[in-house]
Ligand binder design. Structure first.
Ligand SMILES: *[C@@H]1O[C@H](CO)[C@@H](O)[C@H](O)[C@H]1NC(C)=O
Ligand SMILES: *[C@@H]1O[C@H](CO)[C@@H](O)[C@H](O)[C@H]1NC(C)=O
Length: 183
C-alpha cells in the first residue's frame, strides 16, 4: 500500500472506532429528577419523551458510579444536551440528554438555526417554543442546547458544551499514525 492509502485506511478505522460501525450513535438518555417528580402535573410528559432515567446524576453522567444509561439512536443524527431554566427558583436548571430524535414528543424544529442541531455540532440559547416543531400550547422557558456527533459525547458536566476529549483522542491517534507512516 502507498502511504496515502495507509493514511486513508487508518482514518477509516479511527472514524469507525469513534462513530460506531453502523453509524448510529450512543447517547446518554436522562433527565434531572425534578422532571420525573413533576412529569404529569407540570405537563412535561406532553413536551418531552420519557428518558431512560430521571436521575440526580444527569448533570454529570460521565462521573464514576453515576450509572446514567444510554440509548442507541434510531437514526444517524446527533446527541444533544439541553439545560433548561426552571421556574422554581433563581439559578435552578434541569438537564436533559438524549438523541436528537428522542428528546421532544414532536421533535426539534428541522429548519433555521435550530435545524443545525440534527447534523452539526453547535450550541444555541433559545426559547422552548423556538426549539420544538409544534409549540402550540407550550409554556415558555429558556434553554441552552448543544449537539454533538460522537458516542456518549453528550455527557459534559456542568455545561451544555460538547465533550472535547474524543477530539483530542482523535488528534493523538492521528499523530501516532503519522509517526508510524513517516518513521
Ligand atoms: C422553525 O424555525 C423557523 C426559523 O426560525 C421558523 O420560521 C419556523 O416557524 C419554525 N417552525 C416551526 C414549526 O415552529
Ligand atoms: C424568548 O421569549 C421572550 C419572551 O417571549 C423574548 O423576549 C426573548 O427575546 C426570547 N428569546 C429568544 C432567544 O428569542
Amino acid at each position: 500500500m502507498r502511504i496515502d492509502e495507509i493514511s486513508i485506511f487508518l482514518h477509516v478505522i479511527i472514524f469507525c472506532l469513534i462513530k460506531g460501525v453502523d453509524g448510529a450513535l450512543r447517547c446518554y438518555s436522562c433527565m434531572s429528577r425534578y422532571y420525573g417528580v413533576t412529569w404529569e402535573f407540570a405537563g412535561y410528559s406532553q413536551i418531552y419523551m420519557e428518558p431512560r432515567a430521571f436521575t440526580d446524576n444527569c448533570p454529570d453522567p460521565g462521573r464514576r458510579g453515576s450509572q446514567v444509561p444510554y440509548v442507541y439512536c434510531d437514526d444517524h443524527f446527533n446527541c444533544v444536551t439541553l439545560v433548561e431554566e426552571l421556574q422554581i427558583g433563581v439559578g435552578a436548571v434541569g438537564y436533559i440528554r438524549g438523541c436528537w430524535s428522542n428528546v421532544f414528543q414532536h421533535g426539534f424544529n428541522k429548519t433555521g438555526a435550530v435545524g443545525q442541531l440534527r447534523t452539526e455540532e453547535v450550541c444555541h440559547k433559545s426559547n422552548l417554543s423556538q426549539l420544538i416543531a409544534d409549540s402550540s400550547g407550550t409554556r415558555e422557558s429558556k434553554i441552552h442546547v448543544c449537539s454533538c456527533a460522537k458516542n456518549l459525547c453528550n455527557g459534559q458536566p456542568n455545561s451544555a458544551l460538547p465533550s472535547s476529549s474524543t477530539f483530542f483522542a482523535l488528534v493523538i491517534a492521528q499523530f501516532f499514525a503519522y509517526k508510524l507512516i513517516s518513521g
